[in-house]
Structures are given as structure tokens and as C-alpha cells.
Design a protein around this ligand. Sequence first.
Ligand SMILES: [Zn+2]
Ligand SMILES: [Zn+2]
Length: 326
Amino acid sequence: MATGVGLGSSDILCGGENAGDPTSCVLDEGRETETPSEVFAVRPTGSSPDTPGWSVRSVPDCDPILRPQASGSIDKDLRHQSMPAEGHHEVMVLTPQHDRSLAQMEESELNTALQAIRTRAKQLIDDDVIEHVVMIVNHGPEAGSAIKHTHAQIFGLPFPTEDLRDELKNCVSYSEATGSCILCDQIRAGEADTDIVLVENDEFVSYVPFAARVPFQIMIGPKNHSARFEDTDDNHIALLSEVLSKTTRMLSSALDDPPFNLIIKSSPEHEPSDLSYHWHIDILPRQSILTNFELASDVWFNTVAPEESAKILRGDRALYSGDSGS
Ligand SMILES: [Zn+2]
Ligand SMILES: [Zn+2]
């Protein structure tokens, strides 16, 4: 339990900014001394930490959900299992430019940012305490981002999240029943049924999944099976940047820069079989208000068919044309 904070509301760094006023944003270049000291940065060789000149800069969250040496004890009582909130929580500023969204960043900037996230995630997963790294970019206040300045939140957890454990169970059941990976099969089906594909190159594809939870949900994944984002090499990161850049621009253009949550989902460190999970990026636009029933039941209503979502995102059809499928 982490009282007072939540994944959606915690990205307020030491007060953050005030209503998008660039003069009050502590994530800007030149205000490095107003944040906690950096734990990672992409900056010119020889330049000092916590000084201007960086391209990407990562600092511990001021109000972290998880801490490296959290107090408390493990309680294995089945009625209320608990453990200290041990782990890691940092804020990675993805560009020195205050007003630049993911869709507005140059592909080369995205490449640097994704390399930084990958490098940092790799460092965290190599820590004995960390079992699972969660990487999130929230865009827009409706998506839980209290700071306009584009940044990622990186969490190192001592256990896989409940959400990932559920997903892993499904992946393992599928691979035991079919001998194949569910996402590999979905991506192959998507390539055969190009109606749902948005952007692709030799190694990555973005598409609207058939079981999309919300209208215009987008998934980006490697075409060849890979369990962990942390293991992605620089050549593949460059190809991922191309697909992510084109996809976020498509989303921004088709839906008028909607708020969204982007989550990089990677296998936990000690998952026994590398075949059971296929890392990917989920982009969840916040186009509709979820009903209490959806939240309570985990049954999701999606009012736009995947093929229709893909048409609208590709710009083949206007958003409000009167027939949005069912
Ligand atoms: Zn800023
Ligand atoms: Zn796969």
C-alpha cells in the first residue's frame, strides 16, 4: 500500500509546474538544482551532473510510490498479504523542450529517449531487488499527467504487477495449448489482415488489437519474438522510434491530440520461459469515460470496431462520420 499517491496522480515533481506556465516548470533546462540530483542523464561527455546541456535527464520522484529501502515487514497472512513498498520510482525528462509532446519530438529525439528508457530499465532489472520494471508516459491531464513537460515514470518493482501476472497466465495457457506465442500469432494475423495495421517497418508494427479495451487503443510490438524491452539493442530501438514517431503523429492528427497513457510492458526478470511473454507498448487514448460497471467487472465496452479505429487513425475516414461500427 502506498498511501496518498497513485500511478495516475503521482507525477508531480516537487510541486511541478503551474497550469502549463513555462516559467514555473522545474523540469526545464537551467533549473536542475530545483529537482533531486539526477540518477541518469544523456549529456555531453565531461559536462557535470545537474547542469544544462542534457538531452534526457532522470531524477528520483520527490514523492515516490516505492523507495529503495522501505520500512515495514512481509506479512504472509492470506487475508491481507503485504510487504514494504520497496523498489524504485524515478521521473525521466524525455526532452529539454518544455512544449514538445511525443508526437512533436523529432524521430532522432525519440530514439535518444527510448535508448535512455531501455538503458535505465536494464540497470534497474539488474538490481537483485527489482523483478519487474514498469515504464509509463502519460500525455495530458485527463491521462493523469500533472506536468505538461514530456516525461516518463519508471518504476522498479520487487514483484510483477497484478495486471502483468494476469496477462502472463493467459500467455502461458495459450502457449501450452498451441505451442506458440499469442502476440506472435496476433502480429502475423495483423500482417495478413492489414485493415488493423497502422505503421510497420522490417522489425516493428503498430496496430489496433482485436481485443482493444478502449476505442483507438494501439499496440506496438516487435515482429520477432522478444520477451523483454530491456534486451532491445540500439538498431532495434532506432526502428522502434520510427514506428512510434509515425504512430503518435497519426494519433495526434486523427483525434486532435488526445490525452493518452503509454505503457511499455516487459516480462519480469525471472519468468521461467522466454516464450510466454512478448514485450510491447500499449497506447490507451482517454476518449471515453469508463463506467463504474466496466471498472468493477473488468468487462469493457468498445464502441468502435478495430478496423474502424484503424481507418480513422490512418486518416482514411473522418472521426465523426456518423457510422462508427459496433
Ligand atoms: Zn518544462
Ligand atoms: Zn511472441
